[in-house]
Write a protein that binds this ligand. Structure first.
Ligand SMILES: NC(=O)c1ccc[n+]([C@@H]2O[C@H](COP(=O)([O-])OP(=O)(O)OC[C@H]3O[C@@H](n4cnc5c(N)ncnc54)[C@H](O)[C@@H]3O)[C@@H](O)[C@H]2O)c1
Length: 288
């Protein structure tokens, strides 16, 4: 069936010819796939050239090799998303390597549980810097480059903590701030052809969360089983990096060309049932 006029044809070329930066394009070693890596692989599979940003470049090198095996193009840029000089280099690398920039996926994020009383000032500053300031830092260099060739798409990876209390005060504050910032960016830069949208992942099994849970002595599988039991989509569709990556791909592609400033939860339905999730987990703890 022919695609409607002016629409992408789907298939494997949903972002064909575009150039994308994915921050956190590597992943910590471990089972499963990280959101950044899944997004980079999916963008490449659909025809984009990818700049893989990571402060641990060896991790991004693994993603680059996999993209190359798929027949795609990618480069690795080592750097910290919170540092201005590094952020400037990410955009420069896209221009030097591929001649333009169309997509920025702000994926880097770090979480730590605790109420504000459990959160030291240093920890608060760290979480706000890595999760929120990074979006400001990387976007302010990327947006002018995208605008120079008619526009582009910024995709910010937030968290369900932005929409519901999950017991991660500083992290959730930063991720909520990301939604407000995205709306400001969408309004300010829309006239230059820049779209800005947010993906809100629910609890997703990635190597990073597995490692974090282990450090805290938590059984992530058990926590996710409890949560999934009361999710509308149940245990059938357990969230993975791919679920988030497909939402990011949609916002990156021209399929969403009339959508900006929006928030899409990829969470198995958790954002409509989280109070029940919290209750179920509380009940389980009380029973234990
Ligand atoms: N996994 C979940 O359950 C979950 C839930 C909600 C939201 N999220 C969000 O999804 C995003 C991706 O999470 P993930 O677990 O898939 O991680 P990921 O595997 O996509 O990213 C981790 C990568 O980021 C790199 N990185 C970390 N700090 C960096 C920095 N300052 N500069 C450059 N690179 C840096 C790491 O080296 C690692 O390779 C995050 O923003 C996270 O907050 C995840």
């Amino acid at each position: 069936m022919a695609a409607p006029e002016g629409r992408p044809t789907g298939g494997e070329g949903r972002v064909a010819g575009k150039v994308a930066i994915v921050t956190g394009g590597g992943q910590v070693p471990g089972p499963g796939v990280g959101t950044g890596k899944a997004t980079a692989l999916l963008l490449a599979r659909h025809g984009a050239s990818v700049v893989l940003v990571d402060n641990e470049p060896d991790r991004a090198e693994v993603t680059r090799k996999e993209i190359e095996q798929l027949g795609g193009a990618a480069v690795v840029v080592a750097g910290d998303v919170t540092v201005a000089a590094d952020a400037e280099r990410f955009t420069q690398a896209a221009l030097d390597s591929f001649g333009r920039l169309d997509v920025l996926v702000n994926n880097v994020g770090v979480s730590r549980p605790g109420s504000i009383l459990d959160t030291t000032e240093d920890s608060w500053d760290d979480l706000l810097r890595i999760n929120l300031k990074s979006v400001y830092q990387v976007s302010r260099f990327a947006i002018p480059a995208m605008a120079a060739t008619g526009g582009g798409s910024v995709v910010n990876i937030s968290s369900i903590g932005a929409l519901r209390a999950i017991g991660f005060a500083a992290y959730s504050a930063a991720k909520g701030g990301m939604i407000s910032l995205s709306q400001e960016m969408a309004a300010a830069h829309g006239p230059q052809g820049i779209r800005v949208n947010v993906v809100v992942p629910g609890s997703v099994q990635t190597p990073r969360t597995q490692g974090a849970a282990e450090k805290l002595g938590q059984d992530l599988g058990e926590i996710q089983k409890t949560a999934a039991a009361v999710l509308p989509l149940g245990t059938v569709t357990h969230g993975t990096g791919w679920d988030i990556a497909y939402a990011a791909l949609f916002f990156a592609s021209d399929e969403s060309s009339w959508i900006s400033g929006q928030v899409l939860a990829a969470d198995g339905g958790a954002s409509v049932t989280l109070p029940a999730v919290a209750l179920a987990s509380l009940r389980q703890r009380q029973a234990g």
